[in-house]
Design a protein around this ligand. Structure first.
Ligand SMILES: [Zn+2]
Length: 97
């Protein structure tokens, strides 16, 4: 039982861009928000991987969570900074259709 708001971040897994728990550390096994088991790699995903189609199940579940980036990981998740999306290669929008 925790009142803390759950966090998430986007991560390329198995050909799709899934949402993973924000607290998951590199090298730590876990599962995506659509319950796909995976182990977070220690390296950075490539630009190509960020272009993979967004998992709609993860997209739907992530809406109830707070997005975090690597730098934001702290005890107090703040409001989403404006303009954050433009500085990243991955975007929040799901694939059309
Ligand atoms: Zn997913």
């Amino acid at each position: 039982m925790t009142a803390a708001r759950h966090t998430f971040r986007w991560w390329p897994v198995d050909g799709g861009r899934h949402a993973i728990p924000g607290e998951l550390q590199p090298g730590q096994p876990g599962e995506t928000l659509c319950h796909r088991p995976f182990t977070r790699s220690c390296g950075e995903p490539s630009k190509l991987e960020w272009l993979w189609p967004t998992c709609l199940a993860c997209y739907d579940r992530a809406r109830g969570r707070t997005h975090v980036s690597r730098a934001d990981l702290g005890p107090e998740p703040g409001p989403h900074p404006a303009g954050d999306l433009s500085s990243r290669s991955g975007s929040w929008t799901p694939a059309p259709g």
